[in-house]
Design a protein around this ligand. Structure first.
Ligand SMILES: *Cc1c(COP(=O)(O)O)cnc(C)c1O
Length: 397
């Protein structure tokens, strides 16, 4: 895709400034196929579409994954546009009655329940329309968590049912009509880079859920272990060791044969981040208060990920030779630059103190690993600039 992007950038030189997301669907399908094929039996990989719900991505992913994890009626619509029978699991912290009814009438496989009140809502709606909803209770674990995961897990959040309220929730499912308890859902961390820590976390889940089965006299048929496998934006060469993770996974999950007929993963970032790039043209290069800035067409209203995670996003410079202005072309060599966008706010920063061999006005910066939580989470219309293009490359495009 890099070559195609380079060609496109050359062809466009002198025209409207480049500003686009480019997706390599071949890279996407190859990565996801490798991940899915390496999972042990009983494990299924769902795609959490909030990371990126572009129709073309979903179409490329649908034949490879077990189904989609959705967290709104809108995401369910997108899943159903891909396939009437594609398996869908439905989560989300604040579901409306209308969304619950939509989920049930559109035959979602399971609902992930976030509170006792939500259980009552689901029961009421399922009974009224003559369905039985299969549910997982999403539990917000009290901890303590394995030390390796401490930086990311175990902080208070609005998600799930507190462990203290779990007895009440289990008792409610047992008595309410229209709902059947199928298992538990645990999603405790985000962007975890350590395969060892992830295995420790799953081992912690195993022990916790086994204890609940004993305590409540229930049988967990499906355990959903969430997403949260990370992408190392700071060092692209040092990524989550999936091969190690997949190799060690059976030892963690096989200890209790007969339990947990199905173990669901619902990953977003790890599946789609790498296939996306965000390419933006440098409009100006200048120095203020001792800092060198590259100002680009685009910015955090299109790619909010770096500000949202407070990181400096990795990019490379795609040189563009054409320069048609009579004014001298500004250029920096062996510099540390801060890359900012077109918004009138100092927070519009994509990268800080990034070392570049050379950058000039008119060059294009290509931000890599921009496929997850990039465009999706951004405030597109702040300042009413035109939206970027979205290009899809590869056989699946
Ligand atoms: C966001 C989310 C995911 C996906 O998280 P990633 O970090 O992108 O893998 C999975 N499950 C739930 C409940 C989520 O909210």
């Amino acid at each position: 895709m890099r070559d195609q992007l380079a060609k496109l950038v050359q062809d466009r030189a002198g025209g409207e400034p480049v500003c686009l997301f480019a997706y390599d669907l071949d890279l996407l399908t190859e990565h996801v196929r490798t991940v899915v094929e390496s999972l042990p039996p009983r494990c299924r990989m769902f795609y959490a579409m909030k990371a990126n719900s572009a129709d073309r991505l979903l179409r490329a992913l649908a034949p490879l994954v077990a189904g989609f994890e959705v967290a709104s009626g809108g995401e369910l619509d997108k899943a159903r546009a891909i396939g009437e029978t594609t398996p869908v699991i439905f989560g989300g912290p604040a579901k409306t009655p209308a969304e619950i009814e939509q989920a049930l009438t559109q035959n979602v496989t399971r609902l992930h329940v976030e509170s006792v009140l939500e259980l009552h809502r689901i029961s009421e709606i399922a009974t009224r329309i003559g369905r039985t909803a299969e549910v997982l209770l999403r539990v917000n674990l009290a901890g303590p968590f394995p030390s390796a995961t401490l930086a990311m897990a175990g902080r208070p959040t609005q998600f799930g049912i507190s462990e203290a309220a779990l007895p009440e929730a289990v008792a409610a499912v047992a008595t309410l009509p229209g709902v059947r308890l199928v298992g538990f859902h645990l999603h405790s961390l985000s962007n975890n880079l350590s395969a060892t820590a992830h295995l420790e976390l799953l081992d912690h889940y195993r022990r916790t859920v086994s204890a609940w089965e004993q305590e409540f006299g229930v049988r967990c048929e499906v355990l959903n272990v969430g997403g949260g496998i990370g992408v190392n934006y700071a060092d692209l060469a040092d990524q989550f060791d999936w091969v190690h993770f997949a190799r060690e996974l059976p030892a963690v999950i096989d200890e209790f044969p007969g339990h947990w007929a199905e173990i669901d993963f619902e990953c977003g970032r790890y599946l789609v981040a790498e296939c996306g790039q965000y390419a933006v043209e440098v409009l100006d290069v200048k120095r203020n208060h001792g800092v060198d800035y590259a100002l680009v067409r685009g910015g955090t209203h299109q790619f909010r990920l770096p500000v949202s995670w407070q990181h400096s996003h990795p990019f490379t410079v795609l040189p563009v030779e054409q320069w048609s202005l009579s004014a001298t072309r500004p250029e920096l060599r062996d510099a540390r630059i801060t890359v900012v966008g077109e918004l009138c706010t100092p927070k519009d920063v994509l990268a800080r103190d990034a070392v570049v061999a050379r950058v000039r006005a008119g060059d294009v910066l290509v931000f890599s690993h921009a496929g997850a939580y990039g465009w999706e989470i951004s405030h597109h219309d702040f300042l009413s600039h035109p939206h970027p293009e979205h290009l899809f490359y590869g056989d699946a495009a």
